[in-house]
Design a protein around this ligand. Structure first.
Ligand SMILES: *Cc1c(COP(=O)(O)O)cnc(C)c1O
Length: 404
């Protein structure tokens, strides 16, 4: 088992007081906290090797370029991509998804279909809607059931030779449900559709194997996996990345520019226009190392224990309902109490030092499905403890008494 106290000592913010109370940070689904090693790595980059990459012959530029490219290879191995040039640095999941939808604008035709799921984050709905508007393609939606699980029969009924893209999240941010993506990818490929997986909520909890999954694209953010904000990765299969046009034009992404014609750089640079978040890209590699040193088996064991305890303790509260009761779940509990607005509970427990997210979690269609304005979402990380959950449960009970 993990020595949680030792791990907590890696995260300076976890010993902070908020509103005079020890911080209980249960908003990991929105962003994770950062270990000291990640915080230090940002400073070290600027103190020791800051220079622009891929341009200078001078020593610092080479050092920075090497560090950036080493990080890319590290992430390639982490997700088991076949080639490092299939790993594109982005500013986050949103950027990665938009890079793909922009590319498909030159591929889709009226009558083509794009399938998304009822469980998506707005950032994996809106770009596809914009793409459909631009191209005349039709957006289809895989429905969900009361447990918050996607209905596979309905998904298979949507598939046809018109289906050009299927996109789902690996794990739902609003409910924590883990989707059967391997099955979805296989079925989508059987009709010749490309598949993008939104892995934003998966990468803090597990190590995706993109070759085993056989997905065409896999997008995620660095900041939810102990890395800096403004970092992310888009994995894309080489053949797809060669086929899609560049997302942005500028420096870094060209081979040759004349006023008559520009030729584009090879992968991955074709998709990395302009000076990137160099420090962020390098330090994302530090975060990946940190998580691998703890070990994803250990992370999962701790998070499963937290999920089980939180589910059991919260259900002791009368009138409390959990949304997302499917079997396959990550360490997220989304709930409401009868007759009380989630925002009111969130505000009261914040005064007690407890950080949870309240609202629609950028997934309004899910809230509409359950006919609720939002939920209270407690999302746990490996650095959270059973005692913190007990603190939250007592705080929620207190808030309930005050509000009813
Ligand atoms: C957080 C999140 C996103 C968006 O990530 P950004 O870092 O804001 O770009 C997309 N999808 C899911 C499932 C998320 O949880």
């Amino acid at each position: 088992m993990l020595d949680i106290q030792k791990i907590r000592a890696d995260f300076p913010i976890l010993s902070e007081k908020v509103n005079g109370k020890p911080l209980v940070y249960f908003d990991n689904g929105a962003t994770s906290q950062k270990p000291q090693i990640v915080i230090d790595a940002i400073a070290t980059y600027y103190q020791e090797i800051n220079a622009n990459i891929h341009r200078g012959v001078h020593t610092l530029s080479q050092l920075a370029t090497d560090a950036y490219e080493i990080s890319r290879v590290k992430i390639q191995h982490h997700i088991n991509a076949k080639f490092s040039h299939e790993v594109l640095f982005t500013s986050g999941t949103t950027h990665g998804i938009n890079l793909v939808t922009n590319g498909f604008a030159s591929i889709l035709k009226p009558g083509d279909e794009v399938i998304v799921s009822a469980l998506e984050h707005h950032s994996n709905i809106v770009p596809w809607q914009m793409l459909c508007e631009k191209t005349g393609a039709t957006l289809r939606v895989i429905p969900m059931n009361e447990e918050g699980e996607l209905i596979m029969d309905a998904f298979e009924a949507l598939l046809s030779e018109k289906t050009k893209v299927v996109t789902v999240n690996h794990i739902s941010n609003a409910l924590g449900i883990i989707n059967p993506i391997k099955y979805i990818i296989e079925k989508a490929h059987a009709v010749g559709a490309a598949v993008l997986i939104d892995g934003a909520q998966a990468v803090p909890h597990l190590k995706p194997d993109v070759q085993d999954l056989d997905c065409d694209f896999y997008a995620f953010s660095g900041h939810k996996m102990c890395g800096p904000t403004g970092t992310g990765i888009l994995y894309g299969k080489e053949a797809w990345l060669n086929k899609l046009p560049p997302y942005q034009g500028g420096g870094e992404m060209i081979k040759e520019v004349t006023f008559e014609k520009t030729t584009y750089a090879d992968l991955p640079h074709k998709f990395e226009a302009g000076t990137p978040n160099i420090a962020g890209g390098i330090v994302l590699g530090t975060a990946v190392d940190y998580l691998n040193n703890i070990g994803f088996d250990n992370i999962q064991k701790q998070e499963e224990a937290l999920l089980e305890h939180a589910t059991k303790r919260l259900l002791e509260i009368e009138g409390l309902k959990i949304y997302g009761t499917g079997k396959n779940k990550a360490s997220v509990v989304s709930f409401n109490i009868d007759g009380i607005h989630p925002y009111d509970i969130g505000s009261i427990i914040d005064k007690l030092g407890i950080a949870v997210r309240t609202g629609h979690h950028c997934a309004q269609p899910i809230m509409n499905f359950f006919c609720i304005p939002g939920t209270i979402r407690a999302s746990f990380s490996f650095y959270n403890t059973i005692e913190e959950i007990d603190t939250m449960v007592e705080a929620v009970k207190k808030a309930k008494t005050m509000l009813s």
